[in-house]
Design a protein around this ligand. Structure first.
Ligand SMILES: [Zn+2]
Ligand SMILES: [Zn+2]
Length: 364
């Protein structure tokens, strides 16, 4: 099958022929229909987070089940599915205590001495985040997929696989925003826009979009932002504090930089919470004024929106189909797999909300 392979870090992806194995007892073979181009892949391509190579990247996808292993119970061939990197084992402490997004994943991967799921030229190819979506097929553990309704378009369903769930989940599950509360979102890319619309769906009062690029702040209004702060035109913290008379209930950081995480903490009012969604590069430290902890301010991380994706994703599908969740507006470009590097180049310019790679146009 055709797949986009990362061979060197830093480096670009190469379209190559990759062999995919047949499903083990609890594995599912998926015909990939669409895969979103998420910023996290770029972090790995640029070496900000380590990953072994060669690897097939991609982790935000939807498709149709082709085949299942003997012990698979959740899906059958023909089912439409969204994949999620928050593959859960179902029996570790995190899974049992209701936090499956933090699962240690010890038993959802093939043992090291077993044949690899992906290979090329007789050598193993690493599977990215247990998924590897930039490929015509995926072979994953059944707990990495959720069945969805057949009337959901799969190119938009793919976005729910990472960005949408990360943004909405950070609001609904990690921060638990209450109706009427004030919210600021720093960074209006794919994740930040979903954070904004999560706040709108949750019934937040004022929703302040903060970005360096004025056009992205404007786009955020489409998703539910009530106010915009263009960070390149003055100190965004001072502006948010002034607009709100002392800060917001919830500030979200959706970029992945220490400086913006600190800004998020500074934008939170007394008793407020800063939630960091972005991936801050390894080795960077976030520091906050200790005295502000006396005001019961909180700084917390959010991993994939603290999701319980088997429950969350079908709900998000319903929200899209009943008009509350905007997904069409998130997609700024559709491209074939061969244009994956162009999609990342567009992302680097900062102008693109989301590119979607469509691997099977006929199945969307
Ligand atoms: Zn992602
Ligand atoms: Zn687990």
């Amino acid at each position: 099958m055709k797949a986009a392979v990362l061979r060197t870090i830093p480096g670009e992806l190469e379209i190559d022929d990759v062999q995919i194995d047949t499903p083990g007892p609890r594995e599912v073979l998926i015909h990939t229909v669409a895969a979103g181009v998420c910023h996290s892949d770029l972090h790995f391509m640029e070496g900000k987070y380590p990953y072994p190579t060669p690897a097939v990247l991609g982790h935000e996808s939807a498709g149709v089940v082709e085949a299942v292993g003997a012990d698979v119970a959740h899906v059958q061939p023909g089912d439409h599915v969204i994949t999620c990197l928050s593959v859960f084992c179902g029996h570790c402490d995190f899974c049992i205590s209701g936090r499956p997004a933090l699962c240690d994943k010890a038993t959802v991967r093939r043992p090291l001495d077993a044949p690899p799921r992906l290979s090329a030229g007789g050598q193993p190819v690493f599977q990215f985040l247990d998924l590897s979506s930039y490929a015509e097929q995926m072979l994953v553990h059944e707990n990495a997929v959720v069945k969805i309704r057949d009337d959901m378009p799969l190119d938009r369903a793919a976005l729910i696989g990472c960005g949408v769930t990360t943004g909405l989940g950070s609001v609904f599950r990690t921060a638990r925003v209450e109706p009427g509360q004030t919210v600021a979102v720093i960074g209006c890319g794919g994740i930040g826009l979903n954070c904004v619309q999560g706040a709108r769906i949750a019934g937040a009062g004022r929703i302040i979009a903060v970005d360096m690029v004025a056009s992205k702040c404007e786009l955020a209004r489409t998703f539910g932002a009530t106010d915009a702060v263009v960070a390149s035109e003055g100190d965004p913290v001072a502006q948010v504090l002034e607009m709100t008379g002392g800060g917001v209930d919830h500030a979200f950081e959706a970029i992945g930089m220490a400086v913006t995480a600190q800004q998020a903490f500074a934008m939170a009012k007394r008793g407020g919470t800063a939630t960091v969604i972005g991936m801050i590069p390894i080795g960077e430290t976030v520091s906050v004024p200790g005295v502000e902890l006396l005001f019961e301010k909180r700084l917390q991380g959010s991993n994939m929106g603290s999701n319980r994706f088997r429950i969350d994703m079908p709900r998000f599908v319903d929200m899209y189909l009943d008009g509350r969740l905007l997904l069409d507006e998130l997609v700024s470009a559709r491209r074939p797999l061969e244009e994956v590097n162009e999609a990342f180049a567009a992302m680097r310019t900062g102008e693109v909300a989301r590119s979607v790679l469509v691997l099977d146009e006929s199945a969307v």
